[in-house]
Ligand binder design. Structure first.
Ligand SMILES: Cc1cc2nc3c(=O)[nH]c(=O)nc-3n(C[C@H](O)[C@H](O)[C@H](O)COP(=O)(O)OP(=O)(O)OC[C@H]3O[C@@H](n4cnc5c(N)ncnc54)[C@H](O)[C@@H]3O)c2cc1C
Length: 312
């Protein structure tokens, strides 16, 4: 039998702005309220600490993953045996520099889209309203190229600053291969900052933002824990329509339920598990494939130690 030495976190006390938590529950840090704890969770509040932190984790051979607002992740029931990194403080700041006709909005990867949208509303900045009601952080929104029927991150993103164990790199948005709910961000890189280039909004922008939020309230089951849309829409179709057509609205596995209001949402009616979520996802995929020949691709990202989860 092979025995492994227990993993230990390298000394980090000299790095500014870090808070280290052990065995930190992740479910409350996600909107789906599912999953186990992180062995370590490191909140990074100082920009200067990010690269050295990643360097030390690499040297120590520790795995890490970055978590934003947890609004598009399915955390494993066993949680994550590595280091979960979250961005706060300086790395959640938003600044606006006005130009003659285009303005730069620089947002830390940990900044919430809600705050970004509030700034856009208060300062009458164009383009960002299309993300109204998306409950993520800027880093998560870039990684997912978050969007709605009105537009997506790609429309206004100018460049990102990526942090890795090797340093900081500025990458123009055009080099991120931004597509439908996809951005080419290397697995071992963190979006430390994102710069958006926006113009002045016309006065109707505020009404459009209110309309987007009203539309969401009317059509989405916002009162129950979820990850929003579970599946990406297949080209030219809607995942919700296909799932509804195979009669799965309201279908439950354990405490997870295909929403009766919006079939592409799976809501957590209590203490749903990742195991149940995976089983329901697999069932939906199988039924849709059988009836329509369409492979539904999960939009939600698996997060943590899934290798031993069994999908019935
Ligand atoms: C009620 C509800 C409504 C939603 N509506 C929409 C919608 O209309 N449109 C839409 O596109 N999405 C929607 N979503 C999904 C989700 O809000 C978006 O995908 C959002 O952009 C995810 O951001 P996050 O910060 O929560 O990322 P997380 O869920 O925390 O992480 C998602 C992925 O991004 C990675 N990540 C997070 N931060 C960083 C970073 N700084 N650097 C690199 N990688 C990072 C994570 O490792 C993970 O792989 C909805 C979700 C909910 C719960």
């Amino acid at each position: 039998m092979t025995t492994h030495a227990p993993l230990t976190l390298p000394a980090l006390g000299d790095l500014p702005g870090l808070t280290v938590l052990e065995h930190e529950p992740l479910a409350p840090r996600t909107t789906w309220k599912i999953g186990g704890p992180a062995r370590w969770l490191v909140e990074v509040g100082a920009h200067d600490a990010l690269v050295p932190l990643l360097g030390r984790l690499r040297t120590a051979g520790l795995r890490w993953a970055v978590l934003g607002n947890g609004s598009n992740v399915l955390v494993a029931d066993r949680g994550y045996s590595g280091v979960v990194i979250t961005l706060t403080g300086e790395l959640a700041r938003i600044t606006l520099s006005r130009g003659p006709d285009r303005h730069r909005v620089v947002a830390g990867g940990g900044a919430s889209l809600t705050r970004l949208l509030r700034l856009a509303k208060d300062e009458a900045l164009a383009g960002l309203w299309v993300l109204g009601g998306v409950p993520g952080t800027v880093g998560g929104a870039v990684k997912m190229n978050a969007g709605t029927r009105w537009g997506e991150v790609k429309d206004t993103l100018y460049e990102v600053e990526l942090a890795s164990a090797d340093g900081l790199t500025l990458v123009p948005a055009a080099r991120l291969d931004l597509g439908y709910r996809h951005a080419q961000i290397p697995a071992q890189a963190i979006v430390a900052r994102a710069t958006f280039l926006v113009g002045d909004a016309d006065p109707a922008m505020r009404d459009r933002l209110d309309e987007v939020l009203g539309y969401r309230k009317a059509s989405q089951p916002l009162q129950l824990p979820s990850c929003g849309s579970v599946f990406a829409n297949p080209p030219g179709d809607s995942a919700g329509r296909l799932i509804e057509a195979v009669g799965l609205k309201g279908h439950r596995v354990g405490e997870l339920e295909v929403s009766t209001q919006h079939a592409n949402w799976i809501v957590n009616r209590g203490h749903g598990s990742a195991r149940d979520a995976l089983a329901l996802i697999a069932l939906v995929q199988a039924r849709v494939k059988e009836r329509f020949g369409v492979e539904l691709r999960p939009e939600v990202q698996r997060f943590g130690d899934f290798s031993e989860e069994v999908v019935p």
